[in-house]
Write a protein that binds this ligand. Structure first.
Ligand SMILES: Cc1cc2nc3c(=O)[nH]c(=O)nc-3n(C[C@H](O)[C@H](O)[C@H](O)COP(=O)(O)OP(=O)(O)OC[C@H]3O[C@@H](n4cnc5c(N)ncnc54)[C@H](O)[C@@H]3O)c2cc1C
Length: 398
């Protein structure tokens, strides 16, 4: 494919660039803006930012126009990611809604569900979380033990979820529960669009090793969902569960754009650091490792382009998202490990960095381990690639 940009695409870039300059919080581009530390204010700041994006039709550009998107082309999507990464735009509080639940609703949800949920996903009015993992069901997701029992037009839900990102901001949860015991464990599963703001839902924080609070435990004690809050069919939720996972993996794959930027920052760091009066970038061993990382990150990017092209043709993501997810998370981990390593003893210090921000390398290094786990571990992606792309025999463990 041809990666040069047409005049129209360059115009699209300029339109987005000027919108960002006009709408990013004051001081953001200059690096003087400080994120609110208070959790409620932090959440509100992120919701306001998503509302702004949505009002400007910049929250979900690949979505159809009727749902508030722009029907963006592949090249426009690429430009969008490049520009967002370039300004290090604030994160999307409703990432799960925009990249996972919304696309799944468009693929599988009823027209009523689409009408009810999609506009609020886009505006950030309703923030979603993903209730898949449990203490005894992670890679083996079909082992979920949370139960939903029918009671008239209601379902009574009991169980525990874990590692639920954004549940502390969550208004709704895309919840996987067991509704019957089938012959196979993939049968008898149902997906619910659960209201989180009810007495039967309790959210408890989990603090990560970098001190941040991104995910939680969620306890369901007689929580209630209605028939209208089921997506897909009762007991046949496995295909819905997988459809959302495919969107999740493709979304994670889009981190290749951050990877590109992080690679140039690493080169900057190697230029800045010195050993025996010589800049590290001059050292052969460092240059070799940087070259290796460049090849891997560039390979991940081109692979992502190829898969995105296919996705835009077919209309929904395929199993190739596993390749994107595997590459981007593993190369990111390697990149930050290298960044810590070339800092020598300084690498272990939690410190402010005038150029790259507060403990930038240290925080990202610690976070990068989780990236190889969330959305399915690297081992699981390798199994999927082996079985479903390469056609190798099934994993005997399952
Ligand atoms: C940053 C982050 C965010 C997350 N956000 C969410 C969220 O919002 N919602 C949610 O539901 N979950 C979330 N998770 C949970 C995540 O999906 C699970 O941690 C993941 O699926 C692995 O499950 P587990 O932790 O139970 O590990 P296990 O499944 O117990 O795996 C343990 C180890 O065994 C390996 N293993 C397991 N099975 C196989 C196999 N068949 N072949 C080879 N190796 C295998 C795994 O690769 C891993 O190394 C998040 C996790 C992280 C790190």
């Amino acid at each position: 494919m041809d990666f040069s940009y047409t005049a129209q695409e360059e115009q699209f870039r300029m339109e987005l660039r000027s919108w960002l300059e006009a709408n990013l919080p004051e001081g953001w581009l200059e690096g003087t803006f400080n994120m609110p530390e208070d959790q409620a204010q932090h959440g509100q700041f992120l919701r306001d930012w998503q509302k702004k994006l949505s009002d400007g039709r910049w929250a979900a550009i690949a979505w159809p126009e009727k749902h508030g998107g722009r029907n963006a082309t592949l090249m426009e999507e690429i430009i969008y990611h490049q520009e967002m990464v370039r300004v290090k735009a604030p994160p999307l509080v409703n990432y799960v809604g925009l990249h996972m639940v919304g696309p799944t609703l468009m693929q599988i949800g009823t027209p009523e569900q689409q009408e009810k949920y999609i506009p609020k996903i886009l505006s950030g009015e309703e923030v979603w979380c993903q209730g898949y993992s449990e203490p005894n069901a992670g890679s083996d997701l079909a082992a979920v033990q949370t139960t939903a029992v029918k009671d008239g037009d209601k379902w009574i839900i009991n169980g525990q979820k874990i590692w639920t990102s954004f549940a502390h901001f969550g208004d709704r949860c895309f919840l996987v529960a067991r509704t019957s015991k089938g012959e196979k464990k993939h049968h008898g599963i149902t997906c619910f669009l659960l209201d989180m703001k009810q007495p039967g839902v309790e959210v408890r924080p989990i603090i990560q090793m970098d001190g941040e609070h991104d995910f939680n435990e969620v306890y369901l004690n007689d929580a209630v969902a209605y028939d209208s809050e089921i997506i897909g069919n009762v007991d046949d939720g496995w295909r819905v569960t997988i459809a959302l996972l495919m969107h999740e993996r493709t979304g994670i794959g889009a981190q290749v754009f951050s990877l590109e930027q992080q690679f140039s920052e690493l080169v900057g760091l190697a230029q800045e650091l010195q050993e025996d009066g010589i800049s590290l970038i001059q050292k052969l061993d460092v240059r070799k490792r940087l070259l290796d990382l460049y090849i891997k990150s560039r390979g991940s990017l081109l692979n992502y382009y190829r898969n995105l092209t296919k996705q835009l043709k077919v209309g929904h993501p395929g199993v190739e998202g596993s390749m994107d997810k595997l590459f981007v998370s593993e190369v990111t981990k390697e990149l930050f490990s290298e960044a810590i390593s070339i800092q020598g003893q300084q690498g272990i210090l939690w410190k402010d960095d005038a150029v790259y921000g507060k403990s930038y390398w240290q925080k990202n290094y610690l976070y990068s381990f989780g990236q190889t786990i969330g959305g399915g571990t690297s081992e699981i992606q390798k199994n999927t690639i082996a079985e479903r792309i390469l056609g190798l025999p099934k994993d005997v463990g399952r």
